[in-house]
Design a protein. Structure first.
Lengths: 415, 130
């Protein structure tokens, strides 16, 4: 057993759910972390403490509980902005990545005109695609797509061809939730900025998994979700450079986001509150703050190291199975996401990902099967769907071994 | 008990009546947007208004494909009024396996397509066929 295995085992103790049995009393093996991660005791305790001992509405109250709740909320805000290297004012609390991407897309709408272009990639999650399709239809804007080479690496020459002076926004994923590919953010940012375009990064699959700093990356906006990084659902962050957030129109109007209101007019509050209308998810954000503390204690470099260790091991094992086709780049160029299909091999029958998932589920193994909110990519890859395993800091080598054995049995059931 | 009984695997690997008919009396196709399964059904009635020939085309998981294949066998010689009486329970009985709510949707896609085909045949409004 290596030091990493020991560290993983120690981390596992913080996640009671990993001890539970599912289906017919089999042990849970949770490999659906790109969809959502499990929560450690520390995070659940922090949320529980907030609701049991502090709960009050924030920002306006003059009483003790409101003051404490506001302080906890602001502290979570600070931890989250620090975590991604942003200034406090540049981090807006949101409910999920989708909301963040929509805030940027719709907030920019006023400044987009017919003839402008938006550049995306072929590997967008629907959340970084559909908002732009809607705006393109409404404003007569063209959407262009950067290709991937063999559905592995982002094609920089395609990026150079698609990004022009007409490009007003480049939006792309830091890590593809299907291919696992980590995209060359800095190169793309330079290319876009050289053409005067803004850059929106979909950080849903990167912020939880690798150390990053938005100032270093140079992006103008970035959205991510808390629930994919140990925090509760309904939490997340949208980063934006102050000058761009100032220009962006708010989408949700009401309390807390205003500076002053008359019967005829209203003006907007300072950042980040301009985009945080209404009572926020205080308990959830306290949980997000605690999740960040938990990750910081492990260290994001260690998080990355553990995931790479698991991904490399799993990819090596999968490559030994001739009835499985793995998509995406090799382990050095990807995060902890592996999409594959049980093709059946030379003489076998293709086993649909839903059937693969059902058969693995019978053994307690939770994976994802389907189009992963990336239907255009599935069509481009010419597959009906894929199976996907995705790791986090508490997954073990033993779990991968069991999954490989289970996949061998899946093949046997059909062939 | 695994849902992957021999009958299911057999009908998935070797689907029965896996053809499209040229001039069907009834035809309709639909998809399950959640998982992308697609089934297109073709039925030719004889002059007694009974199923004379039947075919299906489609793609999807073993449950959706095996269910459609089995359904084409079940429908042989049925009249429209008999087909109309079919329910989810009949599909479950036909498959002989117990399904979770998510996988049940795979199994009953063929029945939804059949209902769409009959509705269309009788002049009703249906969604865009796939």
């Amino acid at each position: 057993m290596t030091t990493l295995d020991e560290q993983i085992n120690k981390i596992r103790e913080d996640f009671p759910i990993l001890k539970r049995k599912v289906r017919n009393g089999v042990s849970l093996i949770y490999l659906d972390n790109a969809a959502t991660t499990q929560k450690p005791k520390q995070v659940v305790d922090a949320i529980s403490n907030y609701y049991l001992n502090v709960n009050a509405n924030v920002h306006r109250g003059i009483h003790a509980l409101s003051e404490e709740a506001s302080e906890m909320y602001e502290s979570a805000h600070k931890k989250t902005s620090d975590f991604i290297g942003a200034n406090y004012e540049e981090l807006i609390f949101i409910k999920n990545t989708t909301e963040g991407l929509n805030i940027v897309a719709n907030g920019l709408k006023r400044s987009l005109h017919a003839g402008d272009e938006i550049v995306l990639t072929r590997a967008e999650h629907h959340s970084n695609l559909v908002p732009f399709i809607q705006i393109a239809k409404e404003k007569g804007i063209k959407i262009k797509y950067i290709d991937f080479i063999g559905f592995k690496d982002l094609d920089m020459s395609s990026a150079e061809a698609q990004i022009t002076d007409k490009t007003k926004l480049l939006a792309f994923p830091h890590m593809s939730n299907v291919l696992g590919t980590i995209t060359p953010v800095k190169e793309l940012v330079k290319l876009a900025h050289d053409h005067g375009s803004l850059v929106l990064l979909d950080g849903a699959q990167s912020v939880p998994h690798i150390p990053l700093n938005v100032k270093d990356l140079g992006v103008d906006f970035m959205a991510f979700s808390g629930h994919k990084m140990l925090a509760p659902m309904g939490t997340g962050g949208l980063y934006g450079k102050e000058e761009h957030l100032d220009e962006l129109d708010p989408q949700l109007f009401g309390g807390d986001m205003i500076k002053s209101v008359s019967y005829d007019d209203a003006s907007w509050n300072v950042l980040p509150y301009k985009f945080e209308a209404g009572t926020p998810n205080v308990g959830g954000m306290v949980g997000l703050g605690e999740a960040i503390t938990y990750l910081n204690n492990i260290g994001m470099n260690k998080v990355k190291e553990i995931e790479h260790y698991l991904t490399k091991y799993a990819m090596d094992k999968l490559s030994e199975l001739d009835f499985i086709e793995v998509y995406g780049p090799d382990a050095t160029k990807r995060g902890g996401v592996i999409s594959f299909n049980v093709t059946g091999g030379k003489n076998g029958v293709f086993i649909h990902p839903h059937d693969v998932s059902t058969l693995l589920d019978e053994k307690g193994i939770a994976i994802r099967a389907g189009h992963h909110c990336a239907q255009p990519l599935m069509n481009a890859m010419n597959v009906p769907a894929t199976s996907r395993i995705s790791f986090y800091i508490y997954n073990s080598i033993e779990e991968i071994d069991k999954t490989i054995e289970a996949l061998k049995e899946v093949q046997t059931v059909f062939n | 008990m695994s849902i992957y009984q021999d009958q299911i695997i057999d009908h998935y690997k070797y689907p029965r009546n896996f053809i499209s008919l040229k001039n069907p009396t009834l035809e309709y196709g639909d998809a399950n947007p959640v998982c992308g399964d697609e089934i297109h059904l073709y039925i030719q009635l004889d002059n007694q208004e009974k199923v004379e020939r039947i075919g299906f085309q489609g793609k999807g998981c073993a449950i959706s494909m095996a269910s459609a294949s089995l359904l084409t066998e079940l429908l042989e010689e049925m009249t429209i009024s008999e087909m109309k009486k079919l329910t989810n329970e009949d599909i479950k009985e036909m498959l002989g396996i117990s399904l979770t709510p998510v996988r049940l949707k795979c199994a009953i896609l063929c029945l939804k397509v059949l209902e769409g085909a009959i509705h269309k045949f009788e002049g009703g409004e249906v969604g865009k066929s796939v």
